[in-house]
Design a protein around this ligand. Structure first.
Ligand code: PGA
Length: 243
């Protein structure tokens, strides 16, 4: 049995206002049945309208710039996200790393800017298929954590273990493999003196209606980061209502 885990919906670049509004409205109709905490991360353009209408839902963003303000055309800062009622920001998603070349230096600054704005970073880490085949997953995760996380941070941080080979592919690690990685991440967290109690470790990558139940039953998986399946109302609400 899971005790109120955290489910994060990463809508990526999907939904216009009308679909998003209907989706949130229907989720709230099931409020009494919802057993898990949840955060919805819509496209930035929708956050203000949705957060003003749906006070019962926590919203997050999918990325931010590392500076507070300045001449960065097209960018949005953590402070600006706070201003539109965001509580969380996804940082370092593999699609950002791949398409926008975000490296450790940039990601470290982004995580700091999110924490400084008083928001909670959801920091994504994970190996690609070549690293997995070479059995170097833990080395890779270690470097992603040590090079970016602030030392001795007392604020809440969420880490999402998302193997790149599992995102959008239908393939996932076994629950035992995820548990093993999560315990390893917890070990690193302790080593760099982050607040252990305030750090949650989620799993993300091809989560669906069925595997979510197995993942949520594991005591070392604190929750899920869901892409494709978070756009499906039935699937998403069944995951939220699972206890
Ligand atoms: P997926 O995406 O659930 O569609 O595999 C997860 C993610 O990219 O966060």
């Amino acid at each position: 049995m899971n005790k109120g885990k955290l489910i994060v919906a990463n809508w990526k670049m999907n939904f216009l206002y009308k679909n998003a509004f209907n989706f949130c409205k229907k989720i709230l109709l099931k409020k009494k049945l919802i057993k898990n905490k949840f955060v919805i991360c819509p496209p930035t353009t929708l956050i203000l309208q949705l957060s003003s209408k749906f006070k019962g839902i926590t919203f997050g963003a999918q990325d931010c710039h590392y500076e507070k303000l300045g001449a960065y055309t097209g960018d949005i800062s953590a402070l600006m996200l706070k201003d539109i009622n965001c509580k969380h920001v996804i940082i370092g998603h593999s699609e950002r790393r791949k398409y926008y070349f975000e490296d450790h230096i940039i990601l470290k600054r982004k995580i700091e800017s999110v924490i400084n704005a008083g928001l909670i970073p959801i920091y994504c880490i994970g190996e690609d298929i070549n690293i997995k085949r070479k059995d170097k997953t833990k080395n890779h995760l270690l470097s992603q954590l040590l090079n970016t996380l602030p030392k001795k941070n007392k604020n809440k941080i969420i880490i999402a273990y998302e193997p790149i080979w599992s995102i959008g592919t239908g393939n996932t690690p076994t629950v035992n493999e995820i548990e093993d990685v999560n315990l390893y991440i917890k070990k690193i967290i302790t080593k760099i003196n982050l607040s252990y109690e305030k750090t949650s470790i989620l799993y993300g990558g091809s989560v669906n209606k069925h595997n979510s139940l197995v993942f949520l039953d594991n005591k070392n998986i604190d929750g899920l980061l869901i892409g494709g399946a978070s756009l499906n109302l039935n699937t998403f609400s069944s995951i939220l209502t699972y206890k």
